[in-house]
Design a protein around this ligand. Structure first.
Ligand code: E4P
Length: 220
């Protein structure tokens, strides 16, 4: 199982790498634009924030095959162990095949349906990223799409891993992992909502208070 952080926030990556079993960091053009950092400096800094290990994901912005390939090769030179995210469009499917011929690691992104995800897997993508919450918002069922993609990749022995993305709740994450997804990527707020909980804090405070009210000293 691989857990990623979906962010370009270097400080949060540094902090959360100490707490969670982070396999790496995923980004997209919107996330990087929000951070206003240059991709050439950002990717190596994210790597350092993870202690020099871990996988990075960065996406092309071009919409034509040749420029997608050109951008992918440039991203691949910025930091090692970087997976190139290619939107699964008509041009994207061609780019995925060509990048696999060049032995690049590729993730098919912006997946909103089972059939689209399957085509990316058949094109040879190492990962596919179904957008769970965005599908839910459209009236589709994101977890069901992940389940069906998992069933198809297993049934047909496709090596493509499902990296489920676009989450708003911990339940969506757990449901995707129960459906067999190999990987999930968590936005920072969601990662904190998993590890910070008022009810857990209340329970722990009550234990301490009960102890102190009786013994008025440390445990040992
Ligand atoms: C991952 O590939 C996507 O870029 C990302 O998880 C989308 O998340 P969002 O729907 O919260 O923007």
């Amino acid at each position: 199982m691989e857990i990623y952080l979906d962010t370009a926030d270097i400080e949060e990556v540094r902090k959360l790498s100490q707490v969670l079993p982070i396999a790496g960091v995923t980004t997209n053009p919107s996330i990087i634009a929000k951070s206003a950092q240059d991709i050439e400096t950002l990717l190596p800094e994210l790597k350092v924030a993870m202690g020099g290990k871990g996988r990075l994901f960065a996406q092309v912005i071009a919409s034509d095959v040749d420029t997608m390939i050109e951008e992918a090769l440039r991203i691949g030179n910025v930091a090692d162990n970087t997976v190139i995210k290619i939107p699964v469009t008509e041009a994207g499917l061609i780019a995925i095949k060509q990048l696999k011929q060049k032995n690049m690691l590729v993730l098919g992104t912006a997946i909103y349906s089972v059939s689209q995800g399957l085509m990316a897997a058949l094109a040879g993508a190492d990962y596919i990223a179904p957008y769970v919450h965005r599908m839910d918002r459209q009236g589709s069922d994101g977890v069901r799409v992940v389940k069906e993609l998992q069933t198809l990749t297993t049934m047909h022995n496709l090596p493509t891993k499902i990296l489920a993305a676009s989450f708003k709740t911990p339940r969506q994450v757990v449901d995707c992992l129960l459906a067999g997804a190999s990987a999930v990527t968590l936005p920072i707020e969601l990662a904190y909502s998993i590890i910070h909980s008022p009810v857990v804090d209340d329970a722990v405070t009550k234990f301490t208070d009960d102890w102190q009210n009786t013994f008025k000293r440390r445990l040992l």
